[in-house]
Design a protein around this ligand. Structure first.
Ligand SMILES: *[C@@H]1O[C@H](CO)[C@@H](O)[C@H](O)[C@H]1NC(C)=O
Ligand SMILES: *[C@@H]1O[C@H](CO)[C@@H](O)[C@H](O)[C@H]1NC(C)=O
Ligand SMILES: *[C@@H]1O[C@H](CO)[C@@H](O)[C@H](O)[C@H]1NC(C)=O
Length: 442
């Protein structure tokens, strides 16, 4: 049967994999990971010490001083230690492992500014936002328009991605005309009082033509932190909410809940919501930062629950540990097979396969076996001249084509919590080309 875990009410399914589903086992896993991480940090420390000792003394001075200088600059630009995947820009595989930026626009350039001068005067209750804390993006694959959610406002951005040749090259004569009539605009949300939305996930249901908007965590009527999922239409100037259901689960922290969402179709043709946990093992704190424990919750909508409906976790899918990320920010699935999972902290994307499994239920855990994630390549967002992370706030990702990703970035953290080099690309929409695999040498 379903096993209780400390962070979830006893009757609910565990988001932890069956192999680590008891508290003791989870502790053991965490302790091992911590030991490994400590050794890793120690190793880095020793390397830095050795480099420092080498630079300026003895025969290695001439060759050692430049890398030492570069790493010193990088230390200043990246004062925090980020666990897990990193890049060696000098390794020789930079061009094949790094996403190529092909278009970018600050969101303020698309969505801020005065309301339209002509047309009917709409009662403008709220001033237009000046900050755009973008948290997820989605659209209809193949179209160059996307919707963006923000965690600081209920309003939803509707923009064209700004890659004009893609629409033109598609042979679709209507595309150019449609782009001209597409306003870059903010849709309103019913009864918006200007509060922060905590929107973190956005998924498109191609069958219904509706979108699922996920609030990371809300405090429900009995004081539990739950994710809240709204089913909406985004055709008009205002989002139309068809239903609102909570996730039948409990998170430990309001800042470490659900971070991304996508819809996938199982082998039997049933749709599920795939929601990404921000922390490793869906945990907060140090445990949540231990790389390699990425988790996707497979959720099914049930017609019962406190709001007349609820989303129930029926399976927890492990992201392959190759995605050794400190956090997980967004998921997008292209044509029900190609998956992208973004890490904000590591500034990288894991690209792998969605496997459709037999759907059977494990009697011991209550877990269904609907989806798997396998294979996988890691790609990094571009670094600066000192190999420092400059795409520090990517929170949303969407497959535009099989090798093109749209990403959106939140505002950089203030008060010295992030290096100044993070500013240039924050609060923006970016289009990236995923490098093609290098052909095998004949
Ligand atoms: C998508 O829409 C179809 C048709 O309305 C519906 O049956 C299905 O449950 C929806 N899937 C999700 C995950 O909302
Ligand atoms: C709050 O969430 C918990 C956990 O899902 C659930 O047991 C409880 O019924 C919910 N309360 C309300 C009022 O929705
Ligand atoms: C790039 O090459 C380095 C050195 O061979 C290797 O450690 C690293 O894993 C490679 N990067 C990726 C993303 O495969």
């Amino acid at each position: 049967m379903r096993r209780p875990v400390s962070t979830l009410p006893a009757e609910l399914p565990s988001p932890f994999p069956p192999e680590a589903s008891t508290r003791g086992q989870r502790r053991a896993v965490a302790a091992t990971a911590l030991a490994a991480a400590t050794l890793g940090v120690l190793g880095t420390f020793l390397v830095v010490q050795m480099r420092a000792a080498g630079a300026g003394h003895g025969p290695t001075a001439a060759s050692g001083s430049l890398p030492h200088f570069m790493s010193a600059v990088r230390q200043v630009e990246e004062p925090r230690t980020i666990a897990g995947h990193d890049v060696d820009c000098a390794a020789g595989n930079y061009s094949t492992k790094t996403l190529k930026l092909i278009a970018e626009q600050p969101l303020a350039g698309l969505l801020a500014g005065p309301p339209p001068a002509n047309g009917r005067q709409r009662k403008e209750v709220l001033p237009p936002p000046s900050r755009f804390e973008a948290s997820d993006v989605t659209g209809v694959a193949g179209s160059n328009e996307v919707f963006i959610v923000f965690d600081n406002t209920f309003r939803i951005g509707h923009v064209a991605t700004g890659v004009p040749y893609m629409a033109a090259a598609s042979g679709d004569k209507g595309a150019d005309r449609r782009r001209e009539v597409t306003p870059n605009r903010l849709l309103t949300w019913p009864n918006d009082d200007g509060a922060e939305s905590e929107f973190e996930g956005l998924a498109y249901n191609a069958t219904s033509g509706r979108y699922l908007v996920v609030q990371e965590t809300v405090v429900n009527g009995t004081g539990t932190l739950v994710p809240r999922i709204h089913e909406v239409s985004l055709d008009g100037g205002e989002a139309k909410v068809h239903s609102t259901c909570d996730g039948a689960m409990a998170f430990e922290s309001e800042k470490k809940g659900m971070e991304g969402a996508a819809i996938a179709t199982a082998a039997d043709g049933t749709f599920y919501l795939l929601a990404l946990c921000e922390g490793n093992g869906c945990a907060k704190g140090d445990a949540g930062r231990e790389p390699g424990g990425g988790r996707v919750l497979v959720m099914e909508r049930e017609a019962t629950g406190p709001r007349g409906c609820s989303w129930v976790v029926v399976q927890t899918v492990a992201i392959p540990p190759r995605a050794a990320f400190q956090d997980y920010a967004s998921i997008s699935i292209y044509e029900n097979r190609r998956v992208a999972v973004v890490s904000q902290e590591n500034a990288a994307v894991w690209v792998g396969e969605l496997d459709l499994l037999d759907g059977r239920t494990d009697q011991a855990t209550g877990q269904r076996s609907l989806f798997g994630l396998s294979g996988g390549e890691l790609y990094d967002f571009p670094r600066n001249d000192h190999c420092a992370r400059i795409f520090c706030n990517v929170e949303g990702v969407h497959w535009l084509t099989a090798d093109t990703l749209i990403a959106v970035s939140d505002e950089m953290k203030s008060g010295g919590r992030q290096p100044f080099v993070c500013r240039e690309h924050d609060q923006s929409i970016h289009t990236f080309q995923v490098p093609a695999p290098v052909p095998e040498a004949a």
